[in-house]
Design a protein around this ligand. Structure first.
Ligand code: PLP
Length: 275
């Protein structure tokens, strides 16, 4: 579900400033190729690691590989502060500007360090500081990050084991994680035949008390995307794959019997489809 690194170079124009790889489901993009292309074209790499906290690529934490990395602590993510996030600044020379943008365009961070005797407005910016109450709520989860991660991975593996026979039957397609990637079980998804089958499956599961989700209208097809974005090349996969993807229940503390129970329902659904 990640960017196809072989198609990046053809999309670069004289106005391109950065490559923004999205590490979907906490599984890393092909960073060797992306860094190499960025280096050759003098572009920044800004990792969207919103889903990738606790994931790594070749032993490096996602978000620490490019020039900048972004984490999300939105309520839908593995570690949550309600609303909030983090910018990982991997270049020392970018740190001070980041501090200023976060502090409403002021050099208040320098003032707090005693480097200036008063603070003033030196740049654009906004009020990007999370409150300490939100931060405290997040901090408890970060202290338990290993435990939370291990619990999610257990659920993920249980889904994988229970659903593999359905993949062998050709009913569904399961996620693939390249060997150099360690992921964080941000989500568990299956891919079905097409959007019609997915709609029927969502209804089937809902009638049996299981809430599932699909998500992300491909950005280039969204109202804002049609005005502000350009889809380079032919949309061979983006829309089709997004239409057949379905997320199964996945959260910290998922009851142990859920993956097997949901897999049983999927089996029942597909068996009835082929009759
Ligand atoms: C959640 C998410 C975001 C947005 O994160 P916010 O904390 O809501 O700003 C961006 N990119 C991806 C891939 C996400 O999953």
């Amino acid at each position: 579900m990640n960017i196809n690194e072989r198609l990046i170079e053809a999309a670069i124009t004289s106005r391109t400033k950065a490559i923004v790889p999205v590490h979907y489901a906490g599984v890393s993009c092909e960073m060797d190729e992306i860094l190499e292309i960025a280096g050759r074209h003098h572009l920044l790499v800004v990792e969207d690691a919103a889903q990738g906290v606790m994931s790594s690529w070749k032993g490096k934490a996602l978000g620490t590989i490019g020039d900048l990395g972004c984490y999300s602590f939105h309520e839908t993510k593995n570690y949550s502060m309600g609303e909030g996030g983090a910018l990982i600044v991997n270049h020392p020379e970018l740190i001070e500007r980041a501090e200023i943008l976060r502090e409403k365009g002021t050099n208040r961070s320098r003032f707090l360090r005693g480097q200036v005797d008063k603070y003033t407005w030196v740049d654009v910016g906004s009020s990007y500081l999370p409150s300490e109450l939100n931060a405290a709520y997040l901090y408890g989860q970060l202290e338990a990050a290993e435990e939370i991660n291990a619990d999610r991975l257990r659920s993920w593996k249980a889904y994988m084991d229970a659903l593999r026979p359905l993949q062998d039957c050709g009913w569904i397609e399961l996620p693939k994680v390249p060997p150099e990637c360690r992921h964080n079980a941000h989500m568990f998804y299956v891919k079905v035949k097409d959007v019609e089958q997915r709609t029927r499956l969502i209804r089937f599961l809902k009638e049996r008390g299981i809430g599932t989700a699909f998500h992300y209208v491909p950005l280039h097809s969204s109202p804002a995307g049609t005005v502000r974005g350009v889809f380079h090349g032919i949309d061979r996969y983006t829309t089709a794959e997004s239409n057949r993807l379905l997320r199964l229940p996945m959260f910290y503390g998922l009851p142990e019997n859920v993956p097997v129970m949901v897999s049983g329902l999927l089996k029942e659904f597909f068996a009835s489809q082929t009759m």
